[in-house]
Write a protein that binds this ligand. Structure first.
Ligand code: UDP
Ligand code: MG
Length: 132
């Protein structure tokens, strides 16, 4: 069974839509096998978002991601890595179609509610990073 790392970002917690998002994941048939609420710091974000460190928006991204607690989850299912990316919708909120999590809730590219691993390889790295 494939596994992915999902993280509900601080905006999802503040806006009280975590129940709605978790319900979508369960309705799709995926299983949440681990879940915890915790706070991120800059050091772990430099690892997690290492591909973005040189981008001009990186400081804003760190400020946002440390602005409140997140919810980390391990989600399991057949082809769950690509399946969760489809459920989330694309990174940019203007490209995210209604029916996707970002399409239904996001009105900012930075504050886009949810993280999902982009490959099986990265899923394993991220599960280790956040769940040990
Ligand atoms: N991000 C941003 N501005 C951008 C691109 C990305 O603030 O122009 C943020 C956004 O929160 C995104 C995260 O950086 O979810 C990670 O970017 P990535 O390209 O990995 O997108 P994702 O995998 O989250 O869809
Ligand atoms: Mg990504």
């Amino acid at each position: 069974m494939e596994r992915t790392y999902i993280m509900l970002k601080p905006d999802a917690v503040k806006r009280k839509v975590i129940g709605n998002i978790i319900s979508r994941i369960e309705s799709k048939g995926y299983s949440i096998t681990s879940m915890k609420m915790f706070n991120l710091d800059e050091a772990i974000l430099k690892d997690h978002y290492s591909h973005l460190i040189d981008k001009p928006f990186f400081p804003d991204l760190v400020a946002f991601m440390t602005s409140g607690p997140v919810i980390g989850m391990i989600v399991e299912g057949d082809d769950v890595v690509v399946g969760m990316r489809n459920l989330m919708g694309p990174t940019k909120w203007v490209e995210a179609m209604p029916g996707t999590i970002r399409g239904d809730f996001a009105n900012s590219t930075t504050e886009n509610l949810i993280h999902g691993s982009d490959s099986v390889e990265n899923a394993n790295i991220e599960i280790k990073r956040f769940f040990g």
